[in-house]
Design a protein. Structure first.
Length: 288
């Protein structure tokens, strides 16, 4: 994955860690899109790894992150000690949530002083709209202090960001980024193996692993220990009767640009949503 010349550059760039990573990957994705499941899986398939969770966009990630893991285990000490625990040759993995490259590309400062050339790969994590929106709304509904209007305000902002993420996914090949669809990742072991190969990682543990506790875990199955038992591609079916969910779908359909992007990546989602918008009264069969 990394040439000798590139490795020398990686060592140089990340010298503040006190170790020389074998490779550095940066991942961006919307909340409730399986980011932490995928981050854990990447770590499980590396020799050893240092993961900086939920870095602050536009700032130095070594100083602005919300959690550290060493080879998949949470670490409460200093970053320098965590890096020493990971050791030379580790996979360095950084994650960003609810942010987009396009908002930082002009200055190439998504990672503050660490430019795109500091990374061996940029990963775009995305999920089908119907399942992503169902999971996010369900998560918001578990917060008893939120009113319906509060939830819709959050969903509207997230919808705009999600739509722009789809644009980045559609341009991933030309931008030399690796787009990983959570729906495919969660249901297809061959898909997972291909992604690992594309990233230059060995296939050591290609299972879905344990449910990660970030953000309270699964929106639907709180406390479920194994990711393999989650029905992550059927969340929209569970939310189909919910009036807030149906209202969100009707709003989304009004954005023609959004729907064009969605149809290009998830045509079944786009077709179902169009049928919902055409129904004056909800019929559960319209989403099947």
């Amino acid at each position: 994955m990394t040439s000798v010349a590139a490795l020398a550059t990686v060592e140089n760039v990340w010298s503040a860690l006190g170790i020389a990573p074998a490779s550095a990957l940066r991942m961006t994705g919307m909340r409730r899109s399986g980011n932490h499941a995928i981050a854990n899986w990447l770590q499980r398939n590396a020799d050893h790894a240092l993961f900086l969770n939920n870095c602050r966009p536009g700032h130095d990630p070594l100083r602005n992150h919300n959690g550290i893991e060493v080879s998949g285990q949470r670490y409460d000490g200093s970053l320098r000690d965590a890096a020493a625990g990971a050791g030379d040759g580790a996979l360095l993995l950084l994650s960003y949530e609810d942010t987009l490259h396009l908002r930082f590309d002009s200055k190439d400062n998504l990672s503050g002083p660490y430019k795109s050339t500091s990374f061996d790969g940029d990963l775009l994590i995305y999920r089908s709209f119907l399942n992503w929106s169902a999971s996010l709304l369900k998560k918001l509904q578990r917060n008893e202090t939120y009113r319906s209007a509060d939830r819709m305000a959050v969903m509207a902002r997230a919808l705009a960001t999600y739509g722009d993420l789809l644009a980045e996914v559609l341009e991933a090949d030309s931008a030399a980024r690796c787009a990983i669809c959570y729906d495919d990742w969660a249901t297809d072991a061959d898909y997972r193996a291909r992604v690992l190969t594309d990233l230059g990682l060995p296939v050591r543990d290609n299972t879905l692993g344990a449910v990660q506790g970030y953000g309270g875990g699964s929106s639907f199955d709180a406390g479920s220990p194994e990711a393999g038992g989650l029905r992550v591609t059927a969340r929209w079916q569970a939310m189909a009767p919910d009036p807030e969910y149906r209202a969100l779908l009707r709003v989304a359909v009004l954005d023609r640009s959004f729907m064009d992007r969605l149809a290009a990546l998830f045509p079944a989602d786009a077709a179902r949503m169009t049928r919902v918008a055409a129904q004056p009264d909800f019929d559960p069969e319209v989403l099947t």
